[in-house]
Ligand binder design. Structure first.
Ligand code: GLN
Length: 547
């Protein structure tokens, strides 16, 4: 039924019943399977909010801001896609309602519509389709997966559903729809209920879309009677209702889908066939995850995990994944301990709890909450030889700590916290100062990929095995070069620089088992079967400490 074997194919992934079902991981897993069957795949994420990008949102509400190499501040799902598909995506792989309207309105102001009335329909869905096709062109993909954020039935994703429907009119047979739905088991009934999923399909139907597949998420596997009931009531064939129960690791999901032949069924519907099927490395990864030989305990001192009575870890997902990948690579089971650094501010004796860790990470962040506690924790790690890895803010605070306690500059600080400090060892990047004066906050940090040159024989150079690297950034402040000679003389090694602007990118402490701070975000480049070199070196140092 497809227009041709050569035309680009599109698979839309949508959510029913509730959000947070793992649509991103489902999309990534389908993508991985199609890729391993020999197809060039790309993945797009559509977020239905009015924010132009994810950069202006609080991570506690929205989760991690994932930065692409070309400097777009996107949703954490882009990170999942990159990790599963082992690829680097770009701006074109991400859109929001805000970004779609912004470009339409700008085009209208530039008379691009030649005097026509610009309408929500079809112009908004047309712009969505144009962007999808642009991403396909850029990536030369044969199959594009498009995840529509939110849940069907919300006003805010209607126009994206309309784009998904229209694309199938434009290219009959080239578009399929996957609904990721939820099957609750209410405690008082103890039985899996299908009705919410039936309603979700009807809602989708009212947008003119009949799903080809339903991924039945739930705490348990879907059984035969319920599969039949969903099939009977939705018209989705029973064989295309895929059971997707909770799993202990997201990396099992592709293997579970493969058992249900999901990717082959999708290919088959397009009139295509698997060209190969190679999942050996993925299977071996899962064996490593399931059979650890040791443990490694790593503390993360962050602040974006509280939401009412709940602890949400989404804000640090790439950091968590990086630790996992590095631990699994050496057959270790990672145990992550969440540290509320403000506790150290109230009671210094709590710092002794850090002795129980094999290593400490201070991840990226903004603002002053918990900062003094983090500085105390860094000092403790430095003095007690606990492996320390500072990511962005964690690097800047390590410099502040060193300036205060090794150089004795008691009020040393970053000007983000104290603009009046007499020792501004971390200060704002010159171009950033201008932007903040004009309240230019959106998408205006130093963002995306920059090259970094490493000092020979440094911990960093040894970890990477090269002296030239590329890493992604998201910051406004930097190490103040005025203080660099004194910091270096006192023993802080600047082992990586962005040479074009002589900007310090990495600091380390020679003689310490592992004390490294990086101005960039290495966590964005980790891969499940290929740990990031710095995280790998950090975890090795953590394991060495156990001995
Ligand atoms: N707040 C710091 C800065 O803007 C660090 C940013 C970060 O950790 N991503 O430079």
């Amino acid at each position: 039924m497809s227009t041709s074997k050569k035309s680009t194919k599109y698979v839309f992934i949508m959510g029913g019943v509730l959000s947070g079902l793992g649509k991103g991981v489902a999309t990534s897993s389908i993508g991985l399977l199609l890729q391993r069957k020999g197809y060039r795949v790309t993945s797009l994420k559509i977020d239905p909010y009015v924010n132009v990008d994810a950069g202006t949102m609080n991570p506690t509400e929205h989760g991690e801001v994932f930065v692409t190499k070309d400097g777009m501040e996107t949703d954490q799902d882009i990170g999942n896609y990159e990790r599963f598909l082992n690829t680097e995506l770009t701006k074109t792989n991400y859109m929001t309602t805000g970004s779609v309207y912004l470009s339409l309105i700008q085009a209208e102001r530039n008379l691009a519509f030649g005097g026509k009335q610009v309408e929500v329909v079809p112009h908004v869905p047309n712009e969505v389709i144009r962007r999808i096709r642009e991403a396909v062109k850029k990536s030369k993909a044969e199959i594009a997966l498009i995840e529509i954020g939110g849940t069907v039935g919300e006003y805010q994703n209607l126009l994206f559903l309309e784009a998904a429907r229209m694309l199938s009119q434009l290219q009959p047979g080239d578009v399929q729809y996957v609904l990721v739905s939820y099957l609750p088991i209410p405690g008082n009934l103890g039985e899996m209920k299908t009705k919410p999923t039936q309603y979700a399909v009807r809602t989708l139907n009212s947008a003119g879309i009949q799903p080809h597949f339903i991924l039945a998420r739930g705490s348990h596997a879907l059984d035969a009677p319920r599969r039949e009931r969903i099939a009977m009531n939705t018209g989705v064939p029973a064989k295309d209702i895929i059971s997707a129960p909770d799993v202990s690791s997201i990396y099992q999901i592709p293997l579970n889908f493969e058992k249900e032949h999901l990717a082959d069924k999708i290919l088959n519907n397009f009139g295509l066939k698997a060209r190969k099927n190679d999942l050996a490395d993925w299977k071996s990864l899962n064996r490593k995850i399931e059979n650890p030989k040791k443990k490694v305990r790593i503390g993360i001192a962050g602040k974006y995990f509280g939401s009412g009575d709940f602890t949400l870890l989404d804000a640090y997902i790439s950091v968590i994944e990086s630790i996992k990948h590095a631990a699994w690579a050496v057959h270790a089971k990672p145990e992550i301990v969440w540290i509320d650094s403000s506790e150290f501010e109230k009671n210094s004796s709590k710092l002794r709890g850090l002795d129980k860790l094999d290593g400490l990470i201070v991840p990226g962040g903004f603002g002053s909450r918990g900062i003094e506690g983090k500085i105390k924790a860094i000092q403790y790690a430095r003095e007690h030889k606990i492996p320390y890895f500072g990511l962005c803010y964690g690097m800047q605070l390590a410099v502040v700590e060193f300036a205060r306690h090794v150089l004795g500059w008691k009020d040393a600080n970053t000007t983000e916290i104290n603009p009046k400090t007499s020792h501004p060892v971390i200060h704002i990047l010159p171009e950033q100062e201008e932007k903040l004066k004009h309240k230019d906050y959106g998408g205006s940090m130093r963002l995306g990929e920059y090259p970094c040159k490493l000092k020979k024989d440094s911990v960093a150079a040894k970890a990477y095995g090269t002296q030239k690297i590329l890493e992604r950034h998201r910051h406004r402040y930097e190490l103040n070069n005025e203080y660099r000679p004194e910091l270096e003389k006192a023993g802080l090694l600047v082992s990586g620089t962005y040479t074009q602007k002589d900007l310090a990118e990495i600091v380390e402490l020679p003689g310490h088992p592992f004390f490294v701070g990086v101005q960039f975000h290495p966590e964005f480049l980790t891969r499940p079967t290929q740990a990031h070199p710095l995280f790998a070196a950090f975890v090795r140092a953590c394991l060495a400490k156990q001995k």
